[in-house]
Ligand binder design. Structure first.
Ligand SMILES: Nc1nc2c(c(=O)[nH]1)N[C@H]1C(S)=C(S)[C@@H](COP(=O)(O)O)O[C@H]1N2
Ligand SMILES: [Mo]
Length: 318
């Protein structure tokens, strides 16, 4: 990049956390709203304690990723989710607990040397887990800052040994309308699908998430395996993945299928390219009154801007 400016993620770690301090400050400011999660949390904690990979948490933090703002309080992030399989409101945490996340398999297929079906716990244990502080920017303008645990998507790509003809990675979420009431709404193009190019998939930032806040993922965050692509709008970060397919065809995602004029394949964050119905110039941190100016590539351009050289004619920012 040509412009040299202080980068948000270069701020010292001390500027990012002390979660405990943040928590108490927040609960003072939020008053009643701070209690939203109180009822749901004990149940969640029990489910996470029974997770077969719980011994892997907390994982060592990778200090290469630091924040310019406090970590979002867990009870706030855990009770304000987009997970349309369980309804279109943000209050889906309770409903999402009905999803059975064991046994769970992930099929790796398409243009690979050998197609495989991986048991989730074998997959997680085959990888080296690490914690990363990332921001997530929803296309709806809310944002959060969370400690994800997981492993680089590049490690899964390496394990899959794709053929040289593969150009994209397509991800698919479970189909289970018996427990996921949203999937009984037939106007949606289930299952939820997302995709990235191989170059994006092997970028250092692309992260497969198995945990959050130092614990296995709670269901509403997309247990047992979801994506984190912090330079793209949140809808690209697909939850509860059951299939990873290597292909030479650009995947058409759930939201692109529904509203191609509003949600495209690339969906890179850009303050200067408004959504058709609202500005993307600013973002609001969940659980706070704080707003921040949106940053190009959500502030992660140092890692990813180079991926898009020569693609200027593509709709990169929707
Ligand atoms: N399968 C699936 N994945 C999904 C979604 C969804 O509805 N279904 N919503 C997306 C959107 S719009 C966002 S902003 C993030 C929200 O992640 P969070 O609820 O963990 O904050 O998940 C993304 N992944
Ligand atoms: Mo979103």
């Amino acid at each position: 990049m040509l412009i040299k400016r202080p980068r948000g993620w270069e701020l010292p770690e001390s500027a990012a956390t002390p979660e405990r301090v943040w928590l108490s400050r927040r609960s003072l400011m939020l008053g009643g709203a701070g209690l939203i999660g109180a009822a749901a949390l004990p149940r969640l904690a029990r489910a996470q304690a029974g997770d077969p990979t719980v011994d892997l948490y907390p994982a060592a933090r990778n200090d290469g990723f630091v924040l310019d703002r406090p970590v979002t309080e867990e009870s706030i992030a855990a009770n304000y989710n987009n997970f349309y399989e369980f309804g279109s409101s943000k209050r889906v945490a309770a409903a999402a607990q009905a999803l059975p996340t064991r046994p769970w398999t992930v099929v790796v297929d398409g243009m690979v040397e050998q197609e495989r079906t991986l048991a989730i716990d074998d997959l997680i244990r085959a990888m080296t887990l690490e914690e990363r502080l990332y921001r997530l920017r929803c296309v709806e303008t809310w944002a959060m800052a969370v400690p994800w645990t997981g492993f680089p998507l590049a490690d899964l790509v390496a394990m899959a040994r794709p053929l040289s003809s593969a150009r994209y990675v397509r991800f698919e979420t479970f189909t289970n309308p018996d427990v996921a009431s949203g999937q009984r709404q037939s106007w949606y193009p289930w299952p939820y699908v997302e995709g990235v190019t191989i170059e994006e998939a092997t970028n250092e930032l692309a992260f497969l998430v198995t945990g959050i806040y130092g614990k296995p993922l709670a269901n509403q965050f997309g247990a047992p395996l979801r994506l984190a692509l912090p330079w793209k709008y949140g809808f690209k970060s697909i939850k509860s993945i059951v299939r990873v397919t290597f292909t030479d065809e650009r995947p058409v995602s759930f939201w692109e299928e529904l509203a191609p004029q509003e949600y495209g394949f690339w969906a890179n964050v850009n303050p200067d390219v408004p959504h058709r119905r609202w500005s993307q110039a600013r973002e609001k941190m969940l659980g706070t009154d704080e707003e921040f100016p949106t940053q190009l590539f959500n502030g992660y351009g140092e890692w990813v801007a180079g991926l898009y050289a020569g693609l200027e004619d593509e709709p990169l920012y929707m």
